[in-house]
Ligand binder design. Structure first.
Ligand code: 5CA
Ligand code: ZN
Length: 409
């Protein structure tokens, strides 16, 4: 699958700082030392509806990760998937009486447009679940042959007991895991499973549903967690730097993914940091495709909202916070964009050197974008109240804001 075009990342004077980021698995900050090529896998969309502000907020967080790394003169190997076959997509296509492949293609195309407009840097590999099937099948076969997976009425389940580190990402107790598993695509109540939490790796073909050749597994389609593991291991290998997504993916998705990978390779951990963005709500409830309480990025763009303002609205919230989208959030972002654009429109201004360092410091400190915005705000106030004589300073600010936060002034 193709990704989307990269916006230019302007060069800045000096060098950025190493990223210190909160790791869900250890429950604290880790300073990553990725080497010359930093490796990150971020869970992509299930394309049955348009990109909403919640998705955009999550991808904004991981775009900041990339920008911090690029600023340290590293390369970034970024991989993202598209869950282009799964129950919710098939259910929505059936409900609306449309072809599921057409629905997936249409929503993926819109996602690419939204990501481009928001200046989110694209992944190096953008891989659909369907195109990953030839790589998934041998992994499931290996898990089964090693005793880490078992068959149940033609379906294949992963045995969570096969991973001694199971639970090490979410640290939830069994009761909480069971509840979340039922809510998020699992089937803890299915009779015959060895452990109610065991997730499906391969689902035998069902009548009226798409299926693919699964070799010795028979026809069927892949489970959700093994999809991301197969893609991540294929392109990044074990021990990559960050596995990312929204906090609704901590359990079961990232817990199970880590277990699949660890059982497959005997290595630990799959990712050096598990990083999770908070949930964006609308009208008091998590924005979600299944609930339908959504604000779409594409709808805002159609109304003529500048994507840079949408981006500023996302950046105004710390990525780990849960927050609520309101009209006021957008109004504040629009006003800030106006102030910043006015401030950089002059040829000279207050020195930008310290500001660039403040932005770097803020973002390297667990992606503290609100602190970075506050620093730029202070510079813009100085510019409007007193001005300055540093020639070219507004240009440096403009480039820094774009290079480090993807905001085009
Ligand atoms: N395809 C899977 C991941 S492999 C999936 O979760 N797709 S999704 O379309 O439901 O979500 C895409 C990304 O957006 C995930 O990282 C998810 O955690 C995040 N996300 C979904 N809803 C919200 C929300 N309300 N706020 C913040 N992030 C969200
Ligand atoms: Zn995923």
């Amino acid at each position: 699958m193709h990704a989307w075009p990269a916006s230019e990342v302007p060069a800045l004077p000096g060098t950025g700082r190493d990223l210190r980021i909160h790791d869900t698995a250890t429950g604290g900050p880790v300073t990553l030392d990725p080497g010359p090529v930093a490796r990150i896998y971020v869970c992509g969309i299930t394309p049955y509806d348009a990109t909403h502000i919640g998705h955009a907020a999550t991808y904004n967080a991981f775009d900041l990760v990339q920008r911090v790394w690029l600023d340290t003169k590293r390369q970034v190997h970024y991989v993202q998937n598209v869950t282009d076959v799964d129950d919710p997509l098939l259910e929505r296509a059936a409900r609306d009486n449309v072809d599921w492949t057409a629905l997936a293609e249409q929503e993926t195309a819109l996602f690419r447009e939204d990501m481009t407009a928001l200046r989110m840097l694209p992944p190096r590999q953008y891989i659909g679940a369907v195109e990953a099937i030839p790589g998934i099948v041998p992994l499931v076969e290996r898990l089964r042959d090693s005793g880490a997976a078992y068959e149940l009425e033609g379906d294949v389940y992963f045995s969570v007991e096969a991973d001694p580190h199971f639970g090490g990402v979410s640290h939830l107790d069994v009761a909480a895991m069971r509840l979340l598993s039922a809510e998020r695509g699992g089937d803890p109540d299915r009779p015959g499973k060895k452990n109610p939490l065991d997730p499906m790796l391969w689902m035998a073909a069902r009548d009226g549903e798409p299926s693919w050749d699964g070799g010795s597994l028979g026809r069927g389609r892949p489970g959700w967690h093994i999809e991301c593991v197969a893609i991540a291991l294929d392109h990044l290998g074990m021990g990559f730097d960050i596995q990312g997504g929204g906090s609704d993916l901590v359990f079961p998705h990232h817990e199970m993914g880590a277990s699949h990978a660890q059982a497959l390779t005997g290595e630990f951990p799959m990712a050096k940091a598990y990083v999770h963005a908070g949930m964006v709500a609308l009208h008091g409830q998590k924005m979600s495709k299944s609930k339908g309480n959504l604000v779409f990025v594409s709808a805002l763009r159609r109304e003529g909202v500048d994507p840079a303002a949408i981006r500023l609205a996302l950046l105004a919230h710390h990525y780990r916070a849960d927050w609520e989208w309101t009209d006021q959030v957008l109004q504040d972002a629009l006003a800030r964009l106006d102030r910043w654009r006015a401030a950089v429109s002059r040829p000279d201004g207050p020195s930008a050197e310290a500001l660039v360092e403040e932005i770097r410091e803020a973002l390297a400190n667990d992606l503290d974008a609100p602190a970075a915005l506050a620093a730029v705000d202070r510079w813009a106030v100085l510019q409007s109240e007193r001005g300055g004589t540093d020639e070219g300073a507004p240009g440096v600010v403009s480039r820094a804001v774009d290079a480090l936060m993807g905001v085009a002034l």
